[in-house]
Write a protein that binds this ligand. Structure first.
Ligand SMILES: [Zn+2]
Ligand SMILES: [Zn+2]
Length: 124
């Protein structure tokens, strides 16, 4: 598999039995359909995102990208809870690509939101 952003090779890494691909150069992450949601729910899974957010942001550019899995076009998506967070999703196989640092962001704000929910509930 080749990285859709920088075309370097990707290595398979696994966390608690879930396998994802990580680019050896820019450290972007490729998740098969819904794996990013499965991993988000697992404690400690942010260790798979070991790249620098600065590097990830540099690759957060416009342009047509191809799915590394099925070669379909990747569509830019925005996380509803976090509009600053852009990621790419394949319209055919539903895999998603996160630039370095974005999975940590995706996961961490999710936790903050959950805490905020709990506090809101506690107050009412
Ligand atoms: Zn890359
Ligand atoms: Zn695809």
């Amino acid at each position: 598999m080749k990285c859709p952003k920088c075309t370097a090779g990707m290595e398979t890494i696994s966390f608690q039995g879930i396998e994802v691909e990580r680019c050896i150069a820019c450290h972007g992450l490729w998740f098969d359909m819904l794996e990013h949601e499965d991993l988000k729910a697992l404690a400690g899974s942010e260790v798979i995102d070991d790249g620098l957010p600065e590097v990830g942001r540099a690759f957060d550019t416009e342009g047509t990208l191809r799915c590394p899995s099925c070669a379909g076009p990747l569509v830019r998506m925005v996380d509803v809870q976090q509009p600053h967070l852009w990621f790419e999703s394949c319209a055919s196989c539903f895999g998603v690509f996160f630039d370095a640092g974005e999975f940590r962001d995706f996961k961490e704000v999710g936790l903050v939101d959950r805490v905020r929910d709990l506090m809101r509930r506690a107050r009412s």
